[in-house]
Design a protein around this ligand. Sequence first.
Ligand code: 5GP
Ligand code: ZN
Length: 124
Amino acid sequence: MDFPTDCIFCKIANKKTGTEIVYKGKGIVAFRDINPIAPVHILIVPKRHIESVNDLTERDASLVGRMVIAAKDIAKELNIAEDGYKLLFRTGKHGGQEVNHIHLHLIGGAALHEEIRPLNVDWK
Ligand code: 5GP
Ligand code: ZN
């Protein structure tokens, strides 16, 4: 499969690195975040290179649906479903997206901070 050679998540999804794949679904893989912010921090990633939520189209609807279902299944498998977790798509500069290959964060395993407010507290 062709993919941008400089995209780390394309490389991981196409098994060009040693990163352990913890889940495989149709067109989707998941792996542990290299720099976890919680006891459970998994990234759910489509194999196809899509830069961000901004680049999704109607034809991606089932893929994105499967990413969310995968997150739910992984949460159940890791026994964090009942206590709960966060699912996060960072998008673009303001969203803090650092890797430009769309990914869904599954974050949990502990009670999570509420903080999602703007950096600039004077926005009001
Ligand atoms: P973003 O800020 O783009 O939403 O999140 C990117 C995430 O990917 C970060 O949490 C970062 O720790 C993780 N990450 C970046 N490079 C790698 C990598 O090479 N391997 C893994 N497993 N995670 C990575
Ligand atoms: Zn990519």
